[in-house]
Design a binder for this molecule. Structure first.
Ligand SMILES: Cc1cc2nc3c(=O)[nH]c(=O)nc-3n(C[C@H](O)[C@H](O)[C@H](O)COP(=O)(O)O)c2cc1C
Length: 173
């Protein structure tokens, strides 16, 4: 039976995270819904749920965090987390991304989700005074970022389809 996947996305600043979500959606054959649209019953029927947004104040956007608070408790459900953030690209390291994801990760884990992957990349940021200078990370996510997102999606798909492969992933690299 094909894997049933859903992406829950909140992206508004420059639709940066939407571009990443579309890359995942194309590979995983997954619909994209907003936190406002998502139906908890729909989530319960999924094998894998991706949760993603831009970053505000070092965490995912408030509507996505609020959804995580509203979710019913699940048992043995798999999820992955993604984001784009506006920090200067050289600072968007794996550990910076994981730190930005902490609040959402903790909420999802508290609801019973196993986090099987985390993806992040820089996104164009014209917040506040940055807009007067053209912003930071103009052009991001770029083709290379989206290629990495597609590769992550393919990797997820391969591991989800092969019960012999251990989950969750080591997300510390
Ligand atoms: C109100 C606001 C607050 C932000 N706060 C942060 C932040 O704390 N850290 C960060 O790295 N980027 C921050 N950003 C930049 C966004 O996370 C970044 O531009 C992201 O790619 C936007 O994603 P979106 O286009 O999908 O909404 C902020 C942007 C806005 C509009």
């Amino acid at each position: 039976m094909p894997m049933k996947t859903l992406l829950v996305l909140y992206s508004y600043h420059h639709k940066n995270t939407e571009a990443v979500a579309r890359a995942f959606a194309q590979i995983l054959g997954a619909p994209i819904v907003t936190p406002q649209e998502v139906n908890p019953a729909e989530l319960a029927a999924c094998d894998l749920v991706g949760f993603g947004s831009g970053i505000d104040s070092g965490r995912h956007y408030a509507p996505l965090l609020a959804l995580a608070d509203r979710l019913p408790t699940v048992s043995a459900k798999k999820a992955f987390i993604f984001s784009t953030c506006g920090a200067p690209a050289f600072g968007v390291t794996r550990s910076f991304i994981l730190k930005n994801h902490s609040a959402l990760r903790e909420k999802l884990q508290a609801k019973g989700y196993t986090i099987v992957d985390e993806f992040g990349c820089p996104g164009w940021n014209t917040n506040k005074l940055l807009r007067f200078f053209g912003g930071l990370n103009r052009g991001r996510p770029n083709a290379e970022d989206l290629q990495r997102a597609e590769d992550s999606a393919r990797n997820l798909e391969a591991r989800m389809g092969d019960p012999g492969q251990s989950l969750p992933l080591d997300v510390t690299n």
